[in-house]
Every structure is written in structure tokens, then in C-alpha cells.
Design a protein. Structure first.
Lengths: 313, 553
């Protein structure tokens, strides 16, 4: 088991190396002169030459790569072409709001969706089941910005319970963080509630037909215990997969919600960088997103073994 | 003493079932699933409920437990009384408390009946948590105590184990421990040994008898195996499509069955006496296996692990038109040998000569021309036919792959349907429209479509009722005589092997321990393992089909 975890952690390195090579080549292999792309249409030859010099573009490609990798390993992701600040600093400022929002969103989604899915499976084909399924369809089909604006309209403008926009770090007080983050988290959670509830329901329906569920009932075990202790744990693997992938998706792309609620997260940083062709920042975002997926997948795989002792690598 | 002859006239009545009727929802407009069943079980008595699949045995047991599937089956009449408690009048919460405390149940498949992600000790303890207010220490003591009573070895270790780490027999002991930990008045055992090997079956049966004796438990034992019935029953009830047709003390029932249906059931029990030897074969062997070795696994990325030696130095030949039985318990390697012959897997070493070609190490493309000469029939006819294809489409797929025109193949399929005893229009229907026995006929027809030289039957009749089993065995025999097919018959059931095989090969842990003509091996076994297998066969002293003791016993 420990051997497996070590092997999986070691396997992260080749994966990340391939991602790094890809990110490096992204700029160098784009047709045309990278310096021209970066400088834009209005650049003078002198400006181009300065950019080439600054980025080391006049050196052979393998030298460029080694220099770039060397800096990367030291945590130097380059400097923003627009603001001139180091990318690491920019990302460092923006990533915590995004991570905090993602954690809150997933927590809300799991807390609501799992009981919903369990209930729907338990009362299969009853009104409860149909209600849960209808909600899922709704959660999937309404665009996230519509949900966001509806929540703002209802909870902030009409009822006046919550602020319209803005963000506060948990370090400044968890209450204040919750007060400001709850609406965006709920907005983001809608689609995950729909997804996780459906997955929970499907997985539970399958498990509830198993022989050991009949055994548990034959033992005179309480129904709630049958559902949550016997069935849910056996149904956990597909649910965990959805939760993990959901979390990774949240880290990499919550642009719309961040814009609607004016949260300084990396979603907006990415969009701004793309619009401004701020290549070092774009490169950093690709690296960070890939690393998130790799790490989240590792955590999902390890968590399987916690829930199902038959899974041993 | 051949049968149990205990008298229960003075014993306390534990369970009375009166005129019990169970029906499908009224909308289905179907006849009742159980039709006015009457049944009595007294303290210490073992009542066997026998009948073919679909006769209502399991529905009866689930009705007693109050566990009929919601919205699918309903009790529509009658009474179930457990020592003065009217079970049908109990609210759900009271019924929940009665389960495990007063009526407990064990099931057929010990693998699937235990929760795979919970330690078995915790699963037993859960019964105590749900029904008693014992402290954690006391609970643990009770769990260890009952685990010792069911003779589990190394109790401390098994207490911490998960079901997949235990053998089938150990799992069933856990189930029994779980059922008996609160000393219920009634134990319902639904085919508890069907999925087990004969030697394990014998151990589990004697364990149930021992604990029954000790605690005075009444046992309702559901089975379709007449051998088991002969071993354990005090009283037998026979069910047929929802009706109880006959009940009697065991000896009376086996000696003088009154109803035609009971007689038919008993006549279908295959005899342990091997079939009469057939004329010795002429010509070259069709299948010749030499020094076959199969090692699974091994290797490993960091640490070299030894593999599992599933077949060691297996050698045999089968001549045209003969049947070879490969007999053994689970883990003996018999299915591995079958898979190697079929070349579903590649053997580690050895040769497999089909007619004149060694197919043991051919690659996928080289194998293709030989595949049609090797066909297989699997155990579970419910899963071996594609449910979304018509029978006709399944049947012609193979020949069409090998270049026969669909029209010719369909004509051949129609002929085969008649040979296997199904109507021609079966070809347009889907597998779910057939019974288990019919589906196995279809699976056989599908194999025979390819006009194979060798037919491998892997536990092909094990999932079928005895009466259907006999018919399918007859069919295989007929086909063999008509078409000269060579059959390799993999089975754990010595009775079946005795009825169909010319030669028998007995395997234990990957090794062939004994081989020879069926008459010699089964009637006069030399190896201890073969002897123990035959001794463990339940009801071996009784000639069921003729309602009397075996002449030679």
C-alpha cells in the first residue's frame, strides 16, 4: 500500500515534465515570431529585439529550455509582460480565494447531494425520487450566471441578507468569509449538487439490490443504518470520482462566477492573461491546472482504498 | 442409521404457517405466487422445503422474515405464527426487532451475502448492537464466543478480516455465527451450501446440526438437493409452482412418495453409480494435452512475487465421440485447464494438440482457423447469451464469421432448434423469454452450430434444477451420438460426472491426482482425495430414483 502511494507520487514527475515541455513549446512553436506575438502589431524592431533579448529567444532552443526548466524548478514562473510583477506573486495572491471557494462549494454540494441521492434511491420511483431527478435536470440546464444573478436578486437585493459582491479571506474571520462566499459557493454548487445527487442515486440503486443489504435487513438492522453504513460505503467509489473531478474543475475554471461576484480568483486572472496575451501567466496557469488534476486524481485513487478494502494496488 | 427418525409429537411448535397466500400487485392479474401454504416446525426439528426454481421456496422464507420485496409481492391471506406471536400483525419496527433475535436467516452465496467493506467481526457485532444493550466489551466477548462455536480457526485474526480474505466455508460460518448469536427460535437457511464444495458442504451441514442440537433451534432448510435432504431432514415439504404438494417424514417421503411430482423430482436425481462403459474408441485422439502448466501472476514491479500454480503437469487424451470429465473442487484448476484448452488464455508450458496441430502457443491470428473446432458451453445460461440479440442472431454469428452465408446459417439454426427440442420460431425471440433449461439448450445449439470437434462444457448443468439437468445431460448425449462430438465436461458434481463421463480426471490444487475410466475411478477410487470427495457426496447410500437403499452400499 505504502509502496503504491510512493510509486504514484514518483509517477507525478514524468507527467509534469511532459506538461512542462508542452507549455514551453506552446510559445516557441506557435507559427511566427514569439516576440512579435508578445509585442503585438504595433511594435517597433527595437522593441522586438529587446523582448528577444529579455526572453532569451535568440539562444538555441535546448538552451532556452534548460534555462526555463531551471527557473521553474526554483519556483520562478517568470514575470508578467503586462504588470511586470513575478507570476508567482500574482498567482499566490489569486489562488487562495479560488481554493477556498472550491472547498466551500464542494462541501455544500456533498452535504446536500449525497443525502438527496440516498433518499431518492431508497424511495425509488416515489415522488421524492422524481423531485430529486427533476431538480438535477434543472441544476444541469440553467447556466451558472443565470443562477448567480437570481441568487443576487433574491438574497442580496430583495431580501438584503447577503452582500452583492466581494470577497474576504478566512484569515480575516471565518464568519466574514462565509458571509461573502456563501452565495457564489451556492451558485457554483448547483451543478455539482445535480451531478453528485444523480451519481449517488445510481450507485445506491445498484448497491441496494445486493445480497448483503438483504442480510443487513435480515439482521434487524435499522433502515438508516442499512442505508448509510452498509449501502453508502459500498456505493462510494463512483461518488468520490465525481467529487474529485468536480473539485479539480472548480480550481481551473470558475471564471463566470468569479466575474459575477467580483472575486479576485485565478479564473479571472487566467481570462485577463489570455485577453492580454500575457504568456508567462498563461504558462503558469496551465502548469498549475495540470498539477491540480494530477494531485486530485492521486487523492481520489488513494481514497478508494479507504472506502473499499478490496481495492489494493 | 440411514435417516433421522426423531419424534417431535411432544415438542413445542415454533412456527405455524396457515393458508399463507402471497400475490403480485393486483394490477398484474397473475395467479398467486404462494397458494394457501401450510407448514409447521417444532423446536429442534429440521424441516426441508424442496422444489424446483420458481416453486415459491424462497418467497415462503422471505414472507416469514417480513422481507418480501416492497411493491412487488404482498401477503394476501393466511397467518404466520411464531410461538404465539402473529408475525403478519406486527408493525415494521417490531418485525425489525424480531429478525435476528427470534428468526434468523442465512443465504446461499456467502460471498455476496456479507458486506464486502466491513470487517466480519463488526458484522456479527452489529447484530448485538441492534438488539441488545450490551457494553462494547461484552459484545466483543459474545462475538468471539460464537465465532469459536462455529469452529473458525484463529478467531482473533478472522475477527479483523474482510469477507474477501476468507474462504467460502469460513464466510458461511460467519453467516451462521451472525444468525445464531442471539439464539433465535427459528433459523431459516436458504440453500446455504449450494455454492460450496462437497467437503465444505458436509462440514457446514454438520455445524448447523451441532448448533441446532445445542440450542434447540428449529430449522427451515430450503434446498433443491435431494442428497442434502436425505442427510439432514426430519420432515420434508415439497413445493410446486406455489403449492405445497406433499409433506412427510423423510424416510416415508423417500421410500413411498405419493405425488407424481415428488416421484418425478426423485427420479431425476442422478445416480452416483457410473454409467455403463461404452465401446472403446477407435482412431486417433481428437484432443491430446501434454504436460500443461499454467501459472497466474508472478512478477511485480519492485518485488518478485511467486505466481499461482493453477495447473501442474496436466496430461490426458480424449478420443472422438467420448466424454472426459474433469472433476474437482473450487481452486482445483479444472476451469484453468478448460480455459487453456479453449485458448481463452495461453498456458505457461505444455502442448494442446487439437487433431494434428499444437494450439498451445499460437497467436490470435494463427488460432482463428482452429477456434471453430473448439466450442464452449458455460455455467450460467442467463449471462452467456446477449440479452439484446435474438436467439437466431446469436446462433448464426459464429458460422457467418467463418464465411457461411446468413441464409444457410439460419437454415441450419432452425434444424438445430428442433434437435435441441425447441420450436423453430424460437429463433426470432430473445433470451429472457426462455427458462434456464431452454437457454442452456440454446447455448448448446450455439456451440454445435460451429460443428466443433471438441465441446467444452464448463459446469454446464450446475445452475439447473435436477429435472432439467437430466434433460440437458440427455441432450448432450444424443448430440454426441449423432454428431460424434468429443466432450470435455468440467464439473464439481460427482453425480453428474457419473452419468455422463466415459473417463474421469480428478484434480486437486492444480494437480491431477487420479484419472481413468469413470467406472473405475468413481466406484473404486484409489486416491484419498477422490475417496473424500465421494464420501462427502450427500445421500450417497440412497438410490433416489428407485426409492430404496443402494444395492451396493
Amino acid at each position: 500500500m505504502l509502496g503504491y502511494i510512493i510509486r504514484r507520487i514518483l509517477a507525478i514527475f514524468p507527467v509534469m515534465l511532459i506538461v512542462a515541455i508542452f507549455v514551453f513549446l506552446l510559445l516557441r512553436l506557435t507559427p511566427g515570431d514569439p516576440a512579435a506575438i508578445i509585442a503585438g502589431d504595433m511594435a517597433t524592431p527595437e522593441q522586438l529585439e529587446r523582448i528577444r533579448e529579455a526572453m532569451g529567444l535568440n539562444q538555441p532552443i535546448h538552451t532556452q529550455f534548460i534555462t526555463w526548466m531551471g527557473r521553474l524548478l526554483q519556483g520562478d514562473l517568470g514575470t508578467s509582460l503586462i504588470s511586470g510583477t513575478p507570476v508567482t506573486t500574482m498567482v499566490g495572491q489569486r489562488i487562495f480565494p479560488t481554493i477556498n471557494l472550491a472547498l466551500l462549494t464542494i462541501a455544500i454540494a456533498v452535504a446536500i447531494a449525497v443525502p438527496m441521492g440516498v433518499l431518492a434511491a431508497w424511495r425509488h420511483r416515489s415522488w421524492v425520487d422524481y423531485a430529486v431527478m427533476s431538480f438535477s435536470v434543472l441544476g444541469f440546464s440553467v447556466p451558472v450566471f443565470v443562477i448567480g444573478y437570481i441568487f443576487i436578486l433574491v438574497f442580496s437585493i430583495v431580501l438584503g441578507w447577503l452582500p452583492v459582491q466581494g470577497y474576504a479571506a478566512p484569515a480575516d474571520g471565518f464568519g466574514e468569509f462565509l458571509y461573502r462566499a456563501i452565495l457564489p459557493a451556492l451558485t457554483l454548487a448547483t451543478i455539482y449538487i445535480a451531478l453528485i445527487a444523480r451519481m449517488t442515486r445510481a450507485s445506491m440503486l445498484e448497491v441496494l439490490g445486493e445480497d448483503y443489504i438483504r442480510t443487513a435487513r435480515a439482521k434487524g438492522v435499522k433502515e438508516s443504518r442499512v442505508l448509510f453504513r452498509h449501502a453508502l460505503r459500498n456505493a462510494a467509489v463512483p461518488i468520490l470520482t465525481v467529487i474529485g473531478t468536480g473539485f479539480a474543475l472548480l480550481i481551473s475554471g470558475v471564471v463566470v462566477t468569479e466575474s459575477v461576484f467580483n472575486i479576485p480568483g485565478i479564473g479571472r486572472l487566467t481570462v485577463d492573461a489570455i485577453l492580454a496575451r500575457d504568456y508567462p501567466v498563461i504558462q503558469a496557469m496551465i502548469l498549475i491546472t495540470s498539477a491540480t488534476y494530477v494531485v486530485v486524481n492521486l487523492i481520489i485513487d488513494i481514497s478508494y482504498t479507504v472506502f473499499d478494502p478490496r481495492i489494493r494496488y | 442409521m440411514l435417516f433421522k427418525t426423531r419424534n417431535f409429537d411432544d415438542a413445542k411448535t415454533v412456527l405455524t404457517v396457515q393458508d399463507l397466500t402471497v400475490s403480485l400487485p393486483p394490477a398484474a392479474k397473475a395467479p398467486p405466487v404462494l397458494n394457501r401454504i401450510n407448514l409447521t416446525i417444532r423446536a429442534g426439528e429440521t424441516v426441508c422445503l424442496v422444489g424446483e426454481s420458481g416453486s415459491g421456496k424462497s418467497v415462503t422464507s422471505l414472507a416469514i422474515m417480513g422481507l418480501l420485496p416492497k411493491d412487488a409481492l404482498f401477503v394476501t391471506g393466511g397467518r404466520i405464527t411464531l410461538s404465539d406471536t402473529d408475525l403478519l400483525a406486527q408493525p415494521a419496527s417490531a418485525m425489525q426487532d424480531i429478525r435476528a433475535r427470534r428468526v434468523a436467516m442465512i443465504f446461499q452465496e456467502p460471498m455476496t451475502a456479507l458486506n464486502p467493506v466491513m470487517r466480519v467481526g463488526d458484522q456479527i457485532e452489529e447484530v448485538l448492537e441492534s438488539h441488545t444493550s450490551l457494553s462494547a466489551d461484552e459484545r466483543r466477548k459474545r462475538v468471539i464466543d460464537i465465532m469459536e462455536q462455529v469452529h473458525l480457526p484463529d478467531v482473533e485474526r478472522i475477527h479483523r478480516s474482510y469477507p474477501h480474505q476468507l474462504s467460502g466455508g469460513q464466510r458461511q460460518r460467519i453467516m451462521i455465527a451472525m444468525a445464531l448469536v442471539l439464539e433465535p427460535e427459528l433459523l431459516i437457511a436458504d440453500e446455504p451450501t449450494t455454492a460450496l464444495d462437497v467437503t465444505t458442504q458436509q462440514q457446514i451441514l454438520s455445524l448447523i446440526a451441532e448448533l441446532q442440537e445445542k440450542h434447540g433451534t428449529a430449522v427451515l432448510f430450503i434446498t433443491h438437493d435431494m442428497g442434502v435432504v436425505a442427510e439432514i431432514a426430519d420432515t420434508v415439504y415439497v413445493m410446486k409452482s406455489g403449492d405445497l404438494v406433499e409433506h412427510a417424514p423423510i424416510e416415508t417421503l423417500l421410500r413411498a412418495p405419493k405425488q407424481d411430482y415428488t416421484q418425478k423430482l426423485l427420479r431425476a436425481v442422478p445416480s452416483l453409480i457410473p454409467r455403463a462403459a461404452r465401446a472403446a474408441p477407435g482412431g486417433d485422439p481428437v484432443l491430446k494435452v501434454d504436460n500443461l502448466d499454467m501459472i497466474y501472476g508472478g512478477g511485480g514491479f519492485f518485488v518478485k512475487r511467486p505466481g499461482t500454480h493453477a495447473a501442474k503437469d496436466v496430461t490426458f487424451t480424449v478420443a472422438r465421440g467420448r466424454t472426459l470429465g474433469i472433476v474437482g473442487e473450487s481452486g482445483s484448476g479444472k476451469s484453468t485447464v478448460a480455459r487453456c484448452i479453449m485458448r481463452l488464455i495461453a498456458p505457461t508450458a505444455g502442448s494442446i494438440r487439437l487433431r494434428d496441430t499444437d494450439i498451445a502457443h499460437l497467436n490470435r491470428a494463427q488460432l482463428k482457423p482452429h477456434r471453430q473446432h473448439l466450442q464452449v458451453v458455460f455455467q450460467d445460461p442467463f449471462r452467456s447469451l446477449n440479452p439484446r440479440w435474438t436467439v437466431g442472431r446469436s446462433l448464426i454469428e459464429g458460422p457467418v464469421n467463418y464465411g457461411t452465408s446468413p441464409r444457410d446459417a439460419m437454415a441450419r439454426a432452425a434444424e438445430l432448434m428442433e434437435i435441441v427440442g425447441l420450436p423453430r420460431d424460437s429463433l426470432d425471440r430473445y433470451p429472457h423469454q426462455f427458462s434456464g433449461g431452454q437457454r442452456q439448450r440454446i447455448a448448446i445449439a450455439r456451440a454445435v452450430m460451429m460443428q466443433p470437434d471438441v465441446l467444452v462444457a464448463d459446469e454446464a448443468v450446475s445452475a439447473l434444477d435436477v429435472s432439467v439437468q437430466a434433460q440437458v445431460l440427455d441432450l448432450l448425449n444424443d448430440l454426441q451420438e449423432k454428431l460424434g462430438i468429443t466432450i470435455v465436461f468440467i464439473t464439481h458434481d460427482l453425480r453428474v460426472a457419473a452419468q455422463i463421463c466415459d473417463d474421469v480426471l480428478v484434480m486437486q490444487r492444480g494437480v491431477v491426482v487420479e484419472q481413468g475410466p469413470a467406472a473405475a475411478v468413481l466406484a473404486n477410487p484409489q486416491h484419498d482425495y477422490t475417496k473424500s470427495l465421494i464420501e462427502a457426496a450427500p445421500g450417497r447410500a440412497w438410490d433416489f430414483a428407485n426409492f430404496r437403499e443402494l444395492a451396493t452400499a
